[in-house]
Write a protein that binds this ligand. Sequence first.
Ligand SMILES: [Zn+2]
Ligand SMILES: [Zn+2]
Length: 346
Amino acid sequence: MKAILYEAFSAPPKLVNLPDPVPEPHGVVIEVMATGVCRSDWHGWVGHDSDIVLPHVPGHELAGRIAAVGREVTRWKVGERVTVPFVGGCGHCPECHAGHQQVCDNQFQPGFTHWGSFAEYVSIHRADLNLVALPETIDFATAASLGCRFVTSFRAVIDQGRVSAGQWLAVHGCGGVGLSAIMIAVAAGAQVVAVDIADDKLKLARELGAVATINARDVADVAGAVREITGGGAHVSLDALGAVTTCVNSINCLRKRGRHIQVGLMAGTESFPPVPMGRVISHELEILGSHGMQAHRYGAMLAMIEAGRLKPELLVGRTISLEDSIAALMGMDRFEGVGVTVVTEF
Ligand SMILES: [Zn+2]
Ligand SMILES: [Zn+2]
């Protein structure tokens, strides 16, 4: 199969030929029809992820058709259209038994713990637990764009943030995660304030239903501006970027008893933000994380997509070839372009 492989961290990946994978007894091999390019792939490539063993094939936001099925798999057959969450569960740890496969003790993460989907084929473990059937109405590129940023945002806004109609949600950073969160929160009836430093991203945020936007380049006190717009602070706020500034702004823009959800990955120099714990105490704030979403929660999200209440296809930006994914991956730290870049040509 054709695949993108890197042999050293931060060294340019190469388009190579590798043996086709064979399924584990409990797994499947998926013919990849679309795979998203994500900043997490960039973090992995530069060496921020200790799970990665070299040489490595990146890619974790995928959709495709089942090409081969392991002998222990009972729920799936060759040819079915599927996608997967970027964290797969093992099925036998306490977290999996409690239904929290997104924080499984023995996680299967294509593109991190195992070779990923920047390839014609990818092997997925524990298929009966981890695969999600894809409705015919959702195309592969859109489905691939769901697997990481969109599902993480869905869990952040709906399950962790517990946003309800009429509440204020602040979104700090309007890349793939932030724009997804805006769409989901608006569908849930929330009022959204979007913060970014790029006017084109804020324009898209407004088109997706944000009622107010703040360009952080033009405003000295972003948290104060959010508190003013929302009449006292957001009920829920997301750091959708993963940086010291956006994390601290997100916590400081909350009203009393508000919830901060950390969604953007904190890595490298941004790993240890100075969290204002005094404010967390005096305002009784909640600080939560969101790490993907379980396969069994996809049903609620897919139903909203099929009903037309969520339109993730609006967030798909460029579609590119497997070869072009090398440049796209290496450039992911520059935050260029709007929406999710998806590989659709293999
Ligand atoms: Zn588990
Ligand atoms: Zn991702």
